[in-house]
Design a protein around this ligand. Sequence first.
Ligand code: HEC
Length: 155
Amino acid sequence: MTSMLHARRVIAVATFATASLACASEPALGPLDIDTPALMPAEAKALRNPIPYTRNSIERGRELFAYHGCGACHGIEGKAASAPGLDHGTDLAQPGAWKFGTVEGQVFRSIRDGAAVGMPPMKAVIPWEEDVWHLVNFVRSLWPEGQRPVVKQED
Ligand code: HEC
């Protein structure tokens, strides 16, 4: 009995250690494809953007926004001026009206895994999480002054 309890505790400790290891080493910079499991909302909210909010990152995000056709639904400047016949995307410049959260990890999740029915999961076409983070930085740069982060100087 004692040894069984002991064995259980060893398993519990081992499971905990593996889980926290996975958590600590969670880079959110891995490769992506359509089969990448969707993040749970709480898990996403806890993610921190590993890519600093710099001019270079915002510019990279701007290029990706154009390249992946986000503007077709969200407008060229993210202001929801959608083309006729296309799904009308959220006004990305008005975070106060957003439904899926404006914490950086939540924005990452909306872009990576999609949001509701209209927002396609970009993990199907963007091969690296790093680029999703650049998009997060670009999208946040569209917010009104005072709501957007302060640009970090490059090293
Ligand atoms: C096919 C049209 C379409 C494309 C392409 C598209 N979106 Fe969306 N997006 C939507 C729609 C529609 C919603 C709103 C979903 C809802 O509220 O039900 C949305 C929601 C979002 C949200 C969440 C806003 C909230 O309310 O929390 C973000 C962030 C976002 N899109 C960013 C992007 C980015 C960045 C790209 C390009 C990489 C992109 N979208 C491409 C249609 C699109």
